[in-house]
Unconditional design. Structure first.
Length: 174
């Protein structure tokens, strides 16, 4: 193994051993994880280490207060993240929208958030937890129309029902 590779591997192992990397989620396209740092310098150092190993798709600071989101922009980003199996990020941005919604729309967006959360549990190989969540929140995916802001709810409901029936995760595209 080349010296540079060994050095990068040691640097990554140190980040993991120090407890700075947690909540690992594995998708078919990427690895997602939370990185705990104290300041921007630590963040930039960690980005430097990880960028030598793989392409970094997103870096978001979760310690900053959420902003009031633009609904269309949020939904479009959520669809992209969901279809890319980046369920945790999808959950996070939809949660900001959910906070400002009311009534049935708030309930529906909450159900989509909880589907994302269930898929995160699948990614963490926690199948029983994921299936339990899908069963509990499946009924909240009801809406007066087949579509919500371009999301095909019938397709989502059918996909969730199939996962529950077969007890096997599969990708659902929004």
């Amino acid at each position: 193994m080349p010296k540079d590779s060994m050095k990068r591997q040691r640097e990554m192992q140190q980040l993991v051993q120090k407890g700075k990397v947690g909540n690992l989620r594995v998708t078919n396209k990427a690895l997602e994880f939370d990185l705990f740092v104290r300041n921007d310098d630590e963040l930039h150092n960690a980005e430097h280490v990880f960028s030598k190993v793989a392409k970094i798709l997103t870096v978001k600071r979760l310690d900053l207060p959420p902003t009031v989101p633009d609904k269309n922009q949020t939904i479009n980003e959520a669809k992209h993240l969901f279809n890319d199996e980046r369920y945790w990020e999808c959950h996070e941005i939809l949660e900001n929208l959910w906070r400002v919604l009311k009534g049935d729309e708030k309930t529906l967006v909450q159900a989509i958030i909880l589907v994302c959360a269930a898929f995160v549990h699948f990614q963490k190989n926690e199948t029983d937890v994921a299936l339990s969540m899908l069963q509990r929140y499946q009924s909240k995916l009801n809406w007066h129309d087949r579509f919500y802001e371009g999301i095909d709810l019938e397709k989502l409901r059918d996909g969730v029902a199939e996962i529950i029936r077969t007890k096997t995760p599969k990708q659902i595209l929004l």
